[in-house]
Design a protein around this ligand. Structure first.
Ligand SMILES: [Mg+2]
Length: 308
């Protein structure tokens, strides 16, 4: 199968200006421009954990597997360059597809996203086993002259911003990941951000991680948090409120950012992205996650307590 798949890939993967040697040799060769640090991330997704293959179009699974990696590059404000893809396929196939057909459908899901963000699929590995489908992707990106954006630069007094709207991704956005690559690059280029990350495990948990990495606290203004229509829809069928979904649901893949107050105010005023950027809180001296109420009173907010 591997040979047939390699043939399919060599016919279907588009050329890329930085890719000297792609799939088919022992390793890929990329031309790496001398300026710009290499930014590397890797993420694996597995059947029955991150998706249910029997109920999902494998192209969406492929899209997600690449999308979550690009979201991590977006979080670092790095330009995506290339990705390597390792597939471990179920030997018996799935949904009437054999292993090779399944692999091709997974790639068919990745290719449009790779093209959209100019990512070379530089190589990878394909194996079969008796277990469920697992996909591991490593994405390579390049930091710009504005440097990588990290989690650790937030300071007490900085404002906290978020892109898009949060919660309820399980209704479909968790598969149709839209990595905020252009948004991360544009904001990092145009404004002086102090810290940033992508929201993969829920706003509350990820905000507490950013706070810990920056050695400060984060106080959220719960009435300011942008709630997605999916969170509202989901709350009609369970006992969690839309806000609880926005705080606790995972896989939003939006950007959580911090900047000095005047910079954050400028971003919110200018709204330079196609998606909204919203002020949702402030960094504070007291470590941990807080809710900021009237007269700036802080009460502890459970980072994981909203999970249902
Ligand atoms: Mg991340």
């Amino acid at each position: 199968m591997e040979l047939e798949l390699v043939r399919w890939l060599s016919e279907n993967l588009p050329p890329h200006p930085l890719l000297r040697i792609g799939i088919g040799d022992d390793a890929a060769v990329l031309h790496w421009p001398t300026n710009g640090d290499l930014v590397v991330t890797t993420d694996a997704v597995t059947d029955e954990v991150d998706f249910i293959l029997a109920e999902t179009d494998p192209r969406l699974v492929g899209h997600k597997a690449l999308g979550v990696n690009l979201s991590d590059l977006a979080a670092m404000a790095a330009e995506p360059v290339a990705a390597v893809v390792s597939l471990v396929l179920p030997r018996k196939g799935c949904g009437g597809r054999d292993g090779k057909q399944l692999a091709i459908e997974l790639y068919r899901g990745m290719l449009p996203l790779a093209e959209q963000f100019n990512v070379a699929i530089a190589g990878g590995d394909t194996n079969s086993w008796d277990g469920p489908l697992a996909i591991s992707i490593t994405a390579l990106g390049r930091a710009t002259v504005h440097g990588p954006l990290t989690r650790s630069g937030a300071r007490p007094g900085d404002y906290v911003l978020v892109t898009g709207a949060l919660g309820g991704s399980i209704l479909g956005r968790h598969l149709r990941v839209e990595p905020r690559v252009r948004e991360g690059l544009l904001l990092n280029e145009r404004y002086e951000l102090s810290a940033g990350m992508d929201i993969s495990d829920g706003l509350a948990l990820d905000a507490s991680r950013l706070a810990a990495a920056s050695d400060c606290g984060v106080a959220l203004r719960l009435d300011q948090i942008p709630i997605s229509a999916d969170a509202v829809k989901l709350s009609a069928c369970d006992r969690a409120t839309p806000l609880e979904h926005a705080l606790g649901d995972g896989e939003d893949f939006e950007l959580l950012l911090t900047a000095a107050p005047e910079v954050a105010e400028q971003i919110v005023r200018e709204q330079p992205l196609g998606v909204p950027v919203t002020f949702i809180g402030e960094c504070v001296t007291h470590a941990g996650l807080w809710q900021m109420g009237a007269e700036r009173r802080l009460t502890p907010l459970d980072a994981s307590g909203y999970r249902h």
